[in-house]
Design a protein around this ligand. Structure first.
Ligand code: HEC
Length: 118
C-alpha cells in the first residue's frame, strides 16, 4: 500500500515537473520571439483564452506566421532558423497553460508584477 502511494506521488511529481519544463521552454521561446512586440510572456499569454489559443494553434501548420500575415515586420522577425516547429509547439503549450481564463497566477516578470493597472 505504502509503495503504491509512493509510486503515485512520484508520478504526480514527475508529471508536474514535465509540465513546467514545457512551460519554461515555451516561455523562453516567447521571450526570444514575441516579447519585443507583445510585452512580457504572461501578458502575451493573456491575449487569448485557452480555447482561442487552441483554435489558433490548430488552424494551420504554422499558426504564428498565419497570425501575422498582414504584418511584414513580424513575419520577418519570425522567419528565423530559431523558430522551429518544436519550439512553436512548446510556445503554444506555454500560451495555453497561461491563457486569460487559465487561472494561472503569474509571478513577476519584467513588465508585470501583479499590479492592478494591467
Ligand atoms: C515585429 C513585431 C511582432 C513580433 C515579433 C510578433 N508579433 Fe504578434 N503581432 C504583431 C502585430 C503588428 C500584430 C497585429 C496587430 C494586432 O492585431 O494587434 C500582431 C498580432 C498578433 C496576435 C493577434 C492579436 C489578437 O488580438 O488576436 C497574436 C495572438 C500574436 N500577434 C502573437 C504573437 C506571438 C505568440 C509572437 C511570438 C511567436 C508574436 N506575436 C510575435 C507584431 C509582432
Amino acid at each position: 500500500m505504502k509503495t503504491l502511494v509512493k509510486a503515485l506521488l512520484s508520478l504526480l511529481l514527475l508529471n508536474s515537473a514535465l509540465h513546467s519544463a514545457y512551460h519554461a521552454k515555451g516561455m523562453e521561446v516567447y521571450k526570444k520571439m514575441c516579447s519585443k512586440c507583445h510585452g512580457g510572456p504572461f501578458r502575451g499569454a493573456k491575449m487569448h483564452t485557452t480555447a482561442e489559443w487552441e483554435d489558433i494553434r490548430d488552424a494551420s501548420k504554422t499558426p504564428t506566421l498565419t497570425l501575422h500575415k498582414g504584418h511584414p515586420e513580424a513575419l520577418e522577425a519570425l522567419d528565423r532558423g530559431y523558430f522551429s516547429n518544436k519550439r512553436e509547439q512548446a510556445l503554444y503549450k506555454f500560451l495555453i497553460g497561461n491563457a486569460k481564463d487559465s487561472g494561472a497566477v503569474p509571478g513577476c516578470d519584467a513588465n508585470y508584477c501583479g499590479s492592478s493597472k494591467q
